[in-house]
Design a protein around this ligand. Structure first.
Ligand code: NI
Length: 162
């Protein structure tokens, strides 16, 4: 296991569309273990997408405090419901926060680290994290959402999060 360095803007890996994982083999399982360790290395990190550690593959991990970690391979949002404005930051854009429009709840599907299909119904922070991390796999950062520009502001770098 290893704590991997987190890529930040303007690293071009963050702007690329990540590739689908074809087989959940040993190298993918190692990537997942390293991503979980990297996410948990500092308190306050609740999610990480593989491009953020320089790997352009469709893998995300989410760790909401006091809940079980979630691993999703080739994740997709299959349903969004409602709309709300939430504060958001990103580990790859340290020291900034903005307000973004996110769904109230989402349903996502993908595969877990054993290659089994999973479907997750989520609301609150988990729904936000799923949208944020899946955006990363498409090369989209939260600051690319047009409404964020008006509220983008500086914060302490350790407050960042997703
Ligand atoms: Ni992020």
């Amino acid at each position: 296991m290893a704590v991997l360095p987190i890529r930040s803007l303007p690293d071009s890996v963050l702007k690329r569309k990540a590739r689908k994982v074809q087989t959940v083999d040993g190298s993918i399982k190692k990537l997942i273990r390293d991503m979980l360790e990297t996410m948990h290395a500092e308190p306050g990190r609740v999610g990480l997408a593989a491009p953020q550690v320089g790997i352009p593959l469709r893998v995300i991990v989410i760790g909401i405090p006091e809940e079980e970690d979630i691993v999703l391979i080739n994740p997709e949002i299959v349903r969004r419901r409602g709309e709300r404005i939430v504060d958001e930051g990103c580990l790859s854009i340290p020291g900034y926060f903005g307000q973004i429009k996110r769904a109230e709840s989402v349903t996502a599907k993908g595969r877990d680290q054993n290659g089994r299909e999973v479907r997750i119904k989520a609301e609150g922070l988990l729904a936000q994290a799923l949208e944020h991390e899946i955006d990363h796999l498409n090369g989209t950062l939260y600051i690319d959402h047009p409404e964020v520009r008006e509220t983008l502001h500086k914060v302490q770098p350790e407050e960042t999060g997703l």
